[in-house]
Design a protein around this ligand. Sequence first.
Ligand code: IPE
Ligand code: IPE
Ligand code: MG
Length: 253
Amino acid sequence: MLRILKRWLAGSRTKTSGELLEGPIPFHIAIIMDGNGRWAKKRALPRSAGHHEGMKVVRRVTKHANSLGVGILTVYAFSTENWKRPKDEVSYLMKLPAEFLNTFLPELIEENVQVRIMGDKSMLPKHTLDAVERAVNDTSQNSGMILNFALNYGSRSEILGAVQRIVDDYKNEHLQKDITEEIFADYLMSNKLKDPDLLIRTSGEMRLSNFMLWQLAYTEFWFTDVLWPDFNEKHLHEAISAYQKRGRRFGGI
Ligand code: IPE
Ligand code: IPE
Ligand code: MG
C-alpha cells in the first residue's frame, strides 16, 4: 500500500512539474522564440499557423514563469531583420500583438504582470503600437513579473542609438561625466532591467540573431531542438534545471 502511494506521489509530481526545481529561479529569462515556420511546414500549414500557435505558447509560458517567481521574461517577437520577410507574413505578425493582448490582457492584469516593450516603435503600424501601448499603460501599476516584448528590436541599432544619444547629451551638456558601463546601459532600450540570467533559444539554431548583445555578456545559454509552438512548461523546467547546475563565475574563480 505504502509503495503504491509513493509511486503515485512520484508519478503525479513528474506529471505536474516536470523536473524538480531545487536551486534559485533565474530572475530574468530571455527567450528567442524560433521555429514557428518549420512547425507549420511539418504539418503542411501556412507559416501564419505556426505564429498563431506560437502566440498561445507565449501565454502559457508567461503564466508559468510568473507562477515560478521569475522577475522578468523577455520574449523576442520580431527583429529589425524580420522586415525582410514576405509582406503577408510581416502583416500577420504585426496583427498578432493585438490579438494576443485582446484576449490575454485581463489575465495579465489579474496576475499582476507588467507589460513592457523594447524596440523601435516608430516603424510599427498604428494598430500594433496602439495594442502594445494600451497593454503597457493598463499594467503599469502592476508589481509582479515584467513581460518584456522585444518588438522590432535589433541589438546593433540599439547600441548605435545609445551612442548617438550619448554624443547628443555631451553636446548639449546633459552629460558631463565619463561614461561607465552603468551609464551606457541606461541609454539602452532595456535601461533599468537587470541583464538576463538565462537565455533560451528554441528550434536548434545556435546564434543570437542580433539579440541583446550587450546584455547577454554573462548570461547562461540553453538551446533546444524543440520548435517554439511545441515548447511547454516541462521544457522551461529543463532549462531552469540546467541553469541551476551551472557555475556562474563572472570571471572569478
Ligand atoms: C520565430 O519563428 C518567429 C519570428 C521570427 C517572428 P520563425 O518564423 O523564424 O520560424 P522558422 O525559423 O522559419 O521555422
Ligand atoms: C530571431 O529569429 C528573431 C525572433 C525570434 C523574433 P529569426 O528566425 O529571425 O533568426 P534567423 O534569421 O534564423 O537568424
Ligand atoms: Mg526563425
